[in-house]
Design a binder for this molecule. Sequence first.
Ligand code: URA
Ligand code: SF4
Length: 201
Amino acid sequence: TADAAQYVPEGADWAALRSAAVRCHGCELHKDASQTVFGEGPVPARLMMVGECPGDHEDTEGHVFVGPAGRLLDKAFKAARIDRSKTYLTNAVKHFRFTERGRRRIHQQPLRGQVVACFPWLREEIRVVKPRLVVVLGAVAAKAVLGPSFKLTEHRGEVLEHDGLQVGVTVHPSAVVRAENFSEAFDAFVADLVALKKPQK
Ligand code: URA
Ligand code: SF4
C-alpha cells in the first residue's frame, strides 16, 4: 500500500522536507485538499506539539493552527506561559480531510491508514527538530506516535518514554473549544500543559 515514504528525501534538512512534502501523494487526501500543511516553528526546538490534521483555515492558508483550534491554543499557551514562537507545531496528517455540506467543508477525522501513510513526515520532523518533549494533542496524534492501542483517557497529563522520545499526552484544542463546560475544559488543558512542560525526573 502507498505511503509517504517514497516522497521523503533521505537525510534531508527541514527546508528540503517541507518542499518535498508539497508533492506528496502518499495517500488519497492530497486529491481534495488545497495544499500540504507542513509543520512550522524553530528547528531545532525543545518543544514539539502534534495535532491531528489541518482544518479548513489551515488548508486555505497553508499554515498550522491558524483557525479556531489555533486561537484556543494561543490562549492556552499564554495561560501556561508557553512561547508559541519557540514551539514547533505540526500535525499527524498533513492534508485536510473533509466532507462537503453545501458550501461548507466539514472536518473529518483522518483514517488510521492515512495516519500511518503520513507518519514518515512526522518521523522526519522529529529527526530534524530534535525535541526534548513531544506533546501529542488528542487521540489521533497520540496513536500516531504511541501506537493504535494507546488510550488517551488513561494517560492524559502524563509524560511517557517511547522509542527514546519523551511524549507528553493531552487532549486536542478542538475538544476544548467544543466542551460543554468550556472554562473547566480550558483550565484542565492549561493544567496539563503546565505539568507536561516541567522538566521530567
Ligand atoms: N487542528 C489540528 O489538529 N491542526 C491544525 O493545524 C488545526 C486544527
Ligand atoms: Fe502525503 Fe500525508 Fe498528504 Fe497523505 S496526508 S498525501 S501521506 S502528506
